[in-house]
Write a protein that binds this ligand. Structure first.
Ligand code: NDP
Ligand code: 2IT
Length: 445
C-alpha cells in the first residue's frame, strides 16, 4: 500500500476498534486502489476514499420476541446504509448468531463495489441480527421477523433502503418481513424489499440468481484465463444453502460433476454427483442437516467437521460464509490441481489464501464480482415493482448478460492497470470508479 492509503487505513481502523471483518474487507480494497488515486488526483483532493469508507448511517436496535413456551428473548438488530451515490441502500439481511456490527459493516462495504459493478442504480447497505433461526418453529421465526420489522420499517422505503435475504433469510422470512411492513405502514410498497415470492411481487429468477450468476462468471473466467470450459470438470461447492444449491444446479447443467457440498456440521461426498433435488428437499423444504443426504444416497460419504477443500477438484466454489477458505486450504487446492476458485459467498477466502491462489495461476473470481447476480436480480425485481406490473418477468438471459458485463468490466480494468486476470484489482477499481464519479458529480461533501 502507498503511504497515503496506509495511513488512511490506520485512521479508519483506529476509529472502528474490534471490527476485524470490516478491517479485512477494507484492507483488501484499499491495497488495490493506489494506482487509480495516482491517475486521478481529484479523488484524493475531494477525500473520496475517506467518504467511501465511512457508512452514511448505522442503525442498531433491540429486537424482543416471544418463543412458543412464552419465554422472552432479546436480540440485536442492525442496518447499515453505506453509500447512496448511485441509488437507494440495497443489500440483504443476515440472521446468524455470529452477526456483529463489524460483520454488517464489512458486508455493506463490499456491497458498495458489487452493486456498482452491476451497472444498475443501486447503492449499498446490509443488515441483520444475531438471532439464530436454527431449531426455531415457523411461528417463532414469524414473531421474530415481525418484531425486527417493527423497529426497522421507519428507515426503509423503495427509494431509501431496500433489504433482501442473506444467510438465514429466504423467501419465508421475506414474506413475514414484508407482511409486517405492509401492516404497519398501510402501504403495498412491493419494491421495499426483494427476494419476494413470484406469487406476490417477486421474480422466479431471484432465488436462483446468485448461484447461477457465480457459474456464468466462472465460465467466462475459465475461458479468459485458461481457455477452458466448465464442461467435464469436477467441482466442489461449500455450503448447501441458497447460493450453493443453485450454483450446483447450474454447474451440472453446464456439464460439470459436483462431488461435494457441506453445512456447518460436515461434508457430503458423492462420487456419482451430488443430487441437487435431494439438497433442495433437505435444506429448502425440510430444513434438516446435510448428513441426512445419506438416507436416500447410501453410497455417498459424510465426514463430520470435514474439510471440503481437501477433496481434489478442478473448480472450487466457496458458497457458505466469510473466511472459510484459508491459506492451508488454498495450498491443498493448488496441490490437487484446482484451476479456478470463484466466490459465491462474501469474502470466503482469506487474503493469504487469495495470494496463494493468484501466485499459482489459479483463476480467482472475488465475491463482489462473482456473486453479484443476486443483487442484480433484486434490482430487476425493483424495476418490475416500480412499474406495478405482474405480467412480465426478467429472464435468465438478462442475468447472463449482466454477469458477462461484470466479467468484462473486471478484465478490462485489470488490463488497463497492467495486471491482466487480476480480478480482485479489476473488480475493486471498476466498482470504485463508478461510485467515486457519482460522488464527485454531486459534490457530496
Ligand atoms: P443460506 O443461509 O441459505 O446458507 C448458508 C450455508 O452456509 C448453509 O449451508 C450454512 O450451514 C453454511 N454456513 C453459514 N454460516 C456458516 C458458518 N459460520 N460456518 C460454516 N458454515 C456456515 O445463505 P446463502 O446461501 O444465502 O448465503 C451464503 C453466502 O453467500 C453468504 O456469504 C452470503 O453473504 C453470500 N451471498 C448470498 C446472496 C443471496 O442472494 N442469498 C447473494 C450474494 C452473496 P448451516 O445450515 O449449518 O448453518
Ligand atoms: O450479498 C448480497 O449481495 C446479497 N445478500 C443479496 C442482496 C440483495 O439485495 O439482493
Amino acid at each position: 500500500m502507498s503511504d497515503t492509503i496506509d495511513s488512511l487505513y490506520e485512521q479508519i481502523v483506529s476509529r472502528s476498534p474490534g471490527e476485524s471483518e470490516f478491517h479485512q474487507a477494507l484492507y483488501e480494497v484499499l491495497e488495490t486502489l493506489s494506482p487509480v488515486l495516482d491517475k486521478h488526483p481529484e479523488y484524493k483532493e475531494h477525500k473520496i476514499i475517506e467518504l467511501l469508507c465511512e457508512p452514511e448511517r448505522q442503525i442498531i436496535f433491540r429486537v424482543p420476541w416471544e418463543d412458543d413456551n412464552g419465554g422472552i428473548h432479546v436480540n440485536r438488530g442492525f442496518r447499515v446504509g453505506f453509500n447512496s451515490a448511485i441509488g437507494p441502500y440495497k443489500g440483504g439481511l443476515r440472521f446468524h448468531p455470529s452477526v456483529t456490527l463489524g460483520t454488517i459493516k464489512f458486508l455493506a462495504f463490499e456491497q458498495t463495489f458489487k452493486n456498482a459493478l452491476t451497472g444498475l442504480p443501486i447503492g449499498s447497505g446490509k443488515g441483520g441480527s444475531d438471532f439464530d433461526p436454527k431449531g426455531k418453529s415457523d411461528r417463532e421465526i414469524m414473531r421474530f421477523c415481525q418484531s425486527f420489522m417493527t423497529q426497522l420499517y421507519r428507515y426503509l422505503g423503495e427509494s431509501t433502503d431496500v433489504p433482501a435475504g442473506d444467510i438465514g433469510v429466504g423467501t419465508r422470512e421475506i414474506g413475514y418481513l414484508f407482511g409486517q411492513y405492509k401492516r404497519i405502514t398501510q402501504r403495498y410498497e412491493s419494491g421495499v424489499i426483494t427476494g419476494k415470492s413470484p406469487d406476490w411481487g417477486g421474480t422466479w429468477i431471484r432465488k436462483k440468481a446468485t448461484g447461477y450468476g457465480v457459474v456464468f462468471f466462472c465460465e467466462e473466467m475459465l475461458k479468459a484465463v485458461h481457455d477452458e470450459t466448465i464442461k467435464g470438470k469436477t467441482a466442489v461447492v461449500s455450503g448447501s444453502g441458497n447460493v450453493a444449491t443453485y450454483a450446483m444446479e447450474k454447474l451440472k447443467v453446464s456439464g460439470a460433476k459436483v462431488i461435494a457440498c457441506s453445512d456447518s456440521d460436515g461434508v457430503i461426498i458423492d462420487e456419482n454427483g451430488i443430487n441437487v433435488d435431494t439438497v433442495i428437499d433437505l435444506k429448502e423444504v425440510r430444513r434438516v442437516r446435510i448428513s441426512e443426504y445419506l438416507t436416500s444416497h447410501p453410497t455417498a460419504k459424510y465426514i463430520e467437521n470435514g474439510n471440503i477443500w481437501e477433496i481434489p477438484c478442478d473448480i472450487a466454489l466457496p458458497c457458505a460464509t466469510q473466511n472459510e477458505l484459508k491459506e492451508d486450504d488454498a495450498k491443498l487446492l493448488v496441490k490437487n490441481g484446482c484451476i479456478a476458485v470463484c466466490e459465491g459467498a462474501n469474502m470466503p477466502s482469506t487474503p493469504e489464501a487469495i495470494s496463494i491462489l493468484q501466485s499459482n495461476n489459479v483463476a480467482f473470481g472475488p465475491g463482489k464480482a462473482a456473486n453479484a447476480g443476486g443483487v442484480a436480480s433484486s434490482a430487476l425485481e425493483m424495476q418490475v415493482n416500480a412499474m406495478h406490473s405482474a405480467s412480465y418477468d426478467y429472464s435468465e438471459e438478462r442475468l447472463h448478460e449482466i454477469m458477462n458485463h461484470i466479467h468484462r468490466a473486471c478484465c478490462q480494468t485489470a488490463e488497463e492497470f497492467g495486471e491482466p486476470h487480476n480480478y480482485v484489482l479489476g473488480a475493486n477499481i471498476a466498482g470504485f470508479r463508478r461510485v467515486a464519479n457519482a460522488m464527485l458529480a454531486f459534490g457530496l461533501i
